[in-house]
Design a protein around this ligand. Structure first.
Ligand code: DGL
Length: 262
């Protein structure tokens, strides 16, 4: 039994989709969430900048004495996770591996599509992870930069959403993949219209998968907590926007995120 909290990091508010799944699966764990709201979005930034910002954020969580860290941000998972694993000794997991594992199980035709931010797609992180396991899988990728602002505006259905989904996903739909990985924290909010458009394709939500991976890891290392469940939220910019969006991403109110300078 280990009562230290789990740290969850995201570039902003989107990682609350991961926190939501983690708290469902691990209700007795304390969680410290840090969203780098002053510097979001990461999805169109360079590798060096993403590594620098992510490392500073991880150092903040380490000062909070967390027992493991989940990198909820797909962009950070794609570009910074490898360096973080070398630099720090505590368990750190990202969202790529678990999403890929599930997609490989789900796709029955050896075709997988991945959608994400520009930096995630450019990094080829998902292709590399898929190839590690199965070289015969065809991977189709598409960056969908407008999905993040749509989700943050609460525009989750209707004509604008449908037109944007069609614009980005038409080519992918034509390839008839067996599974599509939602490779960005915000995309689970658009899961329904994406699933409707891609009719019949398995939609893989990395948030659910990484929560399962976190639970398995804590179990294996005997780090599970028997009581707790407190959540603390930290952000790097004024919290009003975060509190408002938290309702959308977490489906409940949160109280008092604290502002920190990392
Ligand atoms: N959290 C980012 C991701 O999952 C999306 C928002 C951003 O671009 O920072 O890739």
């Amino acid at each position: 039994m280990d009562k230290r909290p789990i740290g969850i990091f995201d570039s902003g508010v989107g990682g609350l989709t991961v926190l939501r799944q983690v708290e469902k699966l691990l209700p007795k764990e304390d969680i410290i969430y840090f969203g780098d709201t002053a510097r979001v979005p990461y999805g169109n930034k360079s590798r060096d900048t993403i590594i620098k910002f992510t490392t500073q954020s991880i150092l903040f969580l380490l000062r909070k004495k967390v027992k493991m860290i989940i990198i909820a941000c797909n962009t950070s998972s794609s570009l910074a996770l490898d360096s973080l694993k070398i630099a720090f000794s505590l368990p750190i997991i990202g969202v790529i591996e678990s999403g890929v594992r599930k997609a490989l199980e789900s796709s029955t035709n050896n075709k997988i599509a991945v959608i994400g931010t520009k930096s995630t797609i450019l990094s080829r992180s998902y292709q590399k992870e898929i190839r590690k396991v199965n070289k015969n899988v065809k991977v189709y990728v598409q960056s969908c930069p407008l999905f993040v602002p749509l989700a943050e505006e609460g525009l989750l259905r209707g004509k604008i959403v449908e037109a944007t989904i069609k614009m980005y996903l038409k080519k992918i739909k034509d390839k008839k993949p067996g599974a599509v990985i939602l490779g960005c924290t915000h995309y689970p909010l658009l899961k329904k219209p994406i699933a409707d458009y891609l009719a019949g394709v398995d939609i893989i939500d990395s948030a659910q998968q990484v929560a399962l991976q976190a639970k398995a890891l804590l179990q294996n290392k005997s780090l599970l907590s028997q009581r707790g469940g407190n959540k603390e939220f930290y952000v790097s910019d004024e919290p009003a926007g975060f509190i408002k969006l938290a309702k959308l991403f977490l489906k409940r109110e949160i109280s008092g995120p604290k502002v920190v300078n990392v």
